[in-house]
Design a protein around this ligand. Structure first.
Ligand code: SAH
Length: 338
């Protein structure tokens, strides 16, 4: 099914064609992941008839989608009309430990997909396309659209990589930790599991708190409190560590400073702030960072930032950056009251 040798270096013209067809790859992976195609291929290869029955799709059309997925390397077809998932396709199964299915569902969903149709407008105006397309700022829209919110929250949870943060940073000196904008709570839960003496507060908007993940271990659950609120209005007081993972990048400088000031007011003089973000390295542009930055451009009013930009934002909120610790593709940016 593969049209050329995988090792062949594409010509510039081939590369342009491939990239311009990226929209098809996104939607093909989205449609197949949403239908559950990769889930039904979990244990054995299947014909397109069998897959169509299992996922409830129109067989002749599904067959065309499966053929396309073969040419982009997500499926292989044997000589007998049976399709199997490649290692890439397996990543789109719901039960894969590193499943990318929540991201395939998110990226092809109207909240992201229709917004990206207006990237051009964002570049002209400097305004997030999201509001033009969906009529409300991103997080307000999610508050009112539970289905989209579930898709977004699931992607955040699946891409959160708490283990990289636990490996990178020692939380043992904190008795009480708040995760501000902590989503469904995967990071806080992992911290509480590893540090049995710590207690934690999961803080997020009401609709997100309503979808906080249940903790089955009662000794961990007893140490977690969930609080719904708006971080622009108030932030839980009296904690030793204020975690903000993938929060500051969602906001303009003025909004980010407001959030950091609110944290500064809520914390004691001995408290610490821990931002967990990607950092733009001027000498090396990583595609993960430039891609996240475009998301910030079209979806919200934020941006990815350099270390100096984080240092300056923190200083404007009365905080001093003390350390930057690499954690997987992100960094833990530690700050204390100035
Ligand atoms: N920290 C999580 C989620 C990041 S997504 C993680 O890294 O996986 C950004 C989070 O900020 C979302 O959960 C969103 O609901 C929350 N958020 C947005 N606006 C907020 C506000 N005004 N107050 C509190 N939380 C907010």
């Amino acid at each position: 099914m593969i049209s050329k040798e995988p090792s062949a270096v594409p010509t510039p013209a081939e590369r342009v064609d491939e990239l311009l067809g990226g929209f098809q790859a996104t939607q093909a992976l989205h449609a197949a992941a949403k239908l559950g195609v990769f889930d039904v291929l979990r244990d054995e290869s299947k014909t397109s008839d069998e897959i169509a029955v299992a996922v409830g799709a129109h067989e002749p059309s599904l067959r065309r989608l499966l053929r396309f997925l073969g040419t982009i390397g997500a499926l292989v077809e044997d000589g007998y009309g049976r399709f199997a998932a490649t290692p890439m396709g397996e990543l789109l199964r719901s039960d894969h430990p590193a499943s990318a299915r929540p991201w395939a569902i998110l990226y092809g969903s109207p909240a992201i997909w229709r917004t990206y149709g207006e990237l051009y407008e964002s570049v002209l105006s400097g305004q997030p396309a999201f509001e033009r397309v969906h009529g409300a700022p991103f997080f307000e829209y999610l508050e009112r659209n539970q289905e989209d919110a579930s898709v977004f929250n699931a992607a955040m949870t699946s891409g959160g990589s708490p283990s990289a943060i636990l490996d990178a940073y020692d939380f043992s000196s904190f008795a009480k930790i708040v995760d501000v904008g902590g989503g469904q709570g995967a990071l806080l839960q992992a911290i509480l599991e590893q540090y049995p003496h710590a207690t934690g507060v999961l803080y997020d908007l009401p609709s997100v708190i309503a979808q906080a993940s249940a903790i089955t271990d009662v000794t961990v659950a007893a140490r977690r409190q969930v609080v719904a609120g708006d971080m622009f209005q108030s932030i839980p007081t009296g904690c030793d560590a204020y975690l903000l993972k993938r929060i500051i990048h969602d906001w303009s400088d003025a909004e980010a400073i407001q959030i950091l000031r609110n944290c500064r007011q809520a914390m004691s003089d001995q408290g610490r702030i821990l931002l967990i973000e990607q950092i733009i390295q001027p000498s090396h542009q990583s595609s993960a960072t430039t891609s996240a930055d475009l998301n910030m451009l079209v979806l919200v009013s934020g941006r990815e930032r350099t270390e100096k930009e984080f240092r300056d934002l923190l200083a404007s909120a009365g905080l001093e950056l003390t350390r930057v610790i690499p954690a997987g593709g992100r960094s833990v940016i530690e700050a204390v009251p100035a």
